[in-house]
Design a protein around this ligand. Structure first.
Ligand SMILES: O=C[C@H](O)[C@H](O)COP(=O)(O)O
Ligand SMILES: C=C(OP(=O)(O)O)C(=O)O
Length: 353
């Protein structure tokens, strides 16, 4: 008999169930209360009930949890300092979408050696998220694989659906069941329509295939996520954070009867993939806010201990501490002074309080 299935599959490795992983890395009551409060604060910013600026900032990806914890401790102190005008949420990205191929993040390959120990990766992700929350920092991540949320989403305060997956029905359905505020990026070509359609689909009830807490294949029935918004990240035709681009985004959101809430990703095609240009993008965003813009709710920065990125793959012992192995970042000193500058520049918005 001819074999007709699994011809290209080498192995299927069973994973612990979400319930087993949660028992191994449990969420404490204090963490639950913190996550609920952080999500509520972000929701208020999305719906203009809180004037603070939402800043999603941190490494492009987490590959060395010790270095990222070092980063997080510095960020937590800075977050406390600016909390009156800026709500800082740390980028804690464990899943990387790739244009073609490449390292897909700590969950998929935690040992960075192609061994793809996903069970270990999921556990490390949960442990690291708990560490960040205990520092008093809300967590942000990109959710990529539709099974991942069952393992980690209870520890996430804001999530993104990336430019490469915003058009995917699977990801829109997943978004409709998620419990946290969520940003859909515009497409890699810069078009807004995929993100607008994604917000519409993600806010509606959906039924789709997923896994339950015991890891069994299940039909998942959702309510729809009311806290979806757009993230402008530029595209192949250039950046999209100018006043004209923002006005166009406001127009299409209004036409679709969606809240006019826009987060600007200062990295990716908005900085022409030159990380050192992120500060100029952020300054322009704040300039627009001070000129009276009310639709921009915040921004995203890719930042690490040290600037730039380093080639990968390469032997782990040769990797430089605190340097990204995915997209380039701005360094900590630049980040710290930029966030302080942002805090000072937002003063006019709070002057009447
Ligand atoms: O933010 C990260 C990258 O831009 C994204 O994962 C795509 O990376 P790649 O084009 O290097 O694959
Ligand atoms: C992959 C990312 O962004 P985008 O989807 O905009 O390329 C990211 O923010 O890590």
């Amino acid at each position: 008999m001819h074999k007709t299935s699994d011809i290209n599959i080498i192995e299927i490795r069973a994973l612990p169930s979400p319930a087993q992983l949660m028992a191994a890395e449990p969420r404490t009551d204090t963490q639950s209360a913190f996550i609920a409060s952080a999500r509520e604060q972000i929701q208020k910013i999305i719906f203009a009930d809180d004037k603070r600026f939402l800043l999603v900032v941190g490494p492009c990806s987490i590959h060395d949890t010790a270095a990222s914890a070092d980063y997080a401790r510095r960020l937590a102190a800075l977050a406390r300092e600016v909390s009156g005008r800026v709500l800082i949420v740390m980028r804690v990205y464990f899943e990387k979408p790739r244009t073609t191929i490449g390292w897909k993040g700590l969950i998929m390959d935690p040992r960075l050696d192609g061994s793809h120990d996903i069970a270990a990766g999921l556990r490390m992700a949960r442990a690291f998220l708990r560490e960040i929350l205990d520092l008093g920092l809300p967590t942000a991540t990109e959710l990529l694989d539709p099974v991942t949320p069952q393992y980690i989403a209870d520890l996430i305060c804001w999530s993104a659906i990336g430019a490469r997956t915003t058009e995917s029905q699977t990801h829109r359905q997943m978004a409709s069941g998620l419990s946290m505020p969520l940003g859909f990026k515009n497409g890699t070509d810069g078009s807004l329509s995929a993100a607008i359609n994604a917000i519409k689909a993600g806010s509606q009830p959906q039924t789709f295939l997923g896994v339950n807490f015991d890891g069994h294949a299940s039909a998942v029935v959702t309510r729809g996520n009311p806290w979806c918004h757009i993230v402008l990240r530029g595209g192949s035709h250039g950046p999209n954070y100018s006043p004209e681009h923002i006005a166009e985004a406001e127009r299409v959101l209004a036409k679709a009867n969606l809240p006019r809430s826009i987060l600007i990703d200062c990295s990716h095609d908005n900085s022409a993939k030159q990380p050192g240009r992120q500060p100029e993008v952020l300054r322009e965003v704040v300039r627009q806010i001070n000129e009276g813009n009310t639709s921009i709710i915040g921004a995203m920065l890719e930042s690490n201990l040290l600037a730039g990125n380093q080639p990968f793959p390469q032997p782990r012992e040769k990797l430089k501490y605190g340097v990204s192995i995915t997209d380039g970042c701005i360094d900590w000193e630049t980040t710290e002074s930029l966030v302080r500058e942002l805090h000072a520049a937002l003063a006019p918005r709070f002057a009447q309080d």
